[in-house]
Design a protein around this ligand. Structure first.
Ligand SMILES: O=C1O[C@H](COP(=O)(O)O)[C@@H](O)[C@H](O)[C@H]1O
Length: 241
């Protein structure tokens, strides 16, 4: 289902509400949450709700993606973005966080480690952003739907757009990411897209079924919803989906 909200604020309110509801209602909640600019407000709203704090001991987190070669302490690492927007605000203990190490000398082993964690702790709530080229996590256009993590070559678009996360020009070549199949297998998935800068890719996603965009692989599932604000949805028919 596609839900179009008037403002980004409304999208964030709804996501924060659903995250809270999930934390309270799910027996073993395992969250897989995207980093990046889009979910920033949702995390602040979730973390700012005093009601959740007694339940944070039940919150488990598994990583969606990370830049290969970038240390978790670096400003633009996926870990650091989430740490600033969420982990530190809810005082999540390290033992509750299973995150890709993009600096590992053995990235294959790193993929297996996260895959094993997910086999033992299935993801119950995924929140995905969509890249300017329609990527999900770091699964780039044309990628296969994998049920395991992998190391991928980044597209030129991703390398360029990602510079916004770093405070100095940063060479990025590869990413380590969950497979689309692992995201699809989550119990509940919300894909969030906001802002006018995403309007063109949103149009492509919903009007060109042959575009081979990773985000399109998430179409047609009962448990996967797309939440858009009016700016991102400006070229699509409000009544579709
Ligand atoms: O590179 C990435 O981009 C997407 C979208 O980022 P945003 O800054 O436009 O929200 C993000 O969801 C993904 O996790 C990340 O790897």
């Amino acid at each position: 289902m596609i839900r179009i909200f008037d403002t980004e604020e409304e999208v964030a309110n709804e996501i924060a509400r659903e995250m809270k509801e999930h934390l309270f209602n799910e027996q073993h909640p395992v969250f897989c949450l995207a980093s990046g600019s889009t979910p920033h407000k949702s995390y602040l709203k979730f973390a700012g709700n005093p009601e959740i704090h007694g339940k944070i001991k039940d919150f488990n987190f598994v990583s969606l993606d990370e830049w290969v070669g970038i240390d978790k302490s670096s400003e633009g690492s996926c870990y650091q973005m989430l740490n600033q927007d969420l982990f530190s605000l809810i005082s999540l203990d390290d033992s509750q966080i299973e995150f890709f190490d993009g600096t590992s000398p053995d990235l294959k082993q790193e993929c297996s480690r996260i895959d094993r964690y997910i086999e033992q702790h299935p993801i119950t709530f995924s929140l995905m952003g969509v890249g300017m080229n329609g990527h999900i996590g770091l699964n780039e256009p044309g990628c296969p739907v994998l049920n395991h993590s992998s190391v991928v070559e980044l597209s030129e678009t991703t390398k360029t757009v990602a510079q916004k996360y770093f405070n100095q020009p940063t060479e990025l070549e590869q990413g380590i990411t969950l497979g689309l199949g692992q995201v699809i297998n989550s119990k509940r998935v919300i894909v969030v897209i906001t802002g006018e800068r995403k309007a063109d890719i949103v149009k492509e996603m919903f009007s060109n079924p042959d575009a081979k965009l990773p985000a399109q692989e998430l179409f047609g599932f009962e448990h996967i919803d797309f939440y858009l604000d009016a700016e991102a949805a400006k070229y699509i028919d409000r009544h579709q989906g």
